[in-house]
Design a protein. Sequence first.
Length: 74
Amino acid sequence: MAKKRVHEIAKAQGLSTKELLVKLQAAGIDAKAAASSVDEELALRALASNGAASAKPAAPAAKPAAKPAADSHA
């Protein structure tokens, strides 16, 4: 696969650039900034091995419903 910039891969995976950089560095991939170029296939493997889905949707996940307030009447 071709090399891509870290920020491009992060956007496609629905991650922040900082999150992706941490995961890449944990996997031993030398990436120091959002503009760093990395092999996309290696980056996706690093994400998969860190427990992230390789095809993570870009849409934000739904927030859980708020719990109703408990009555303070005893």
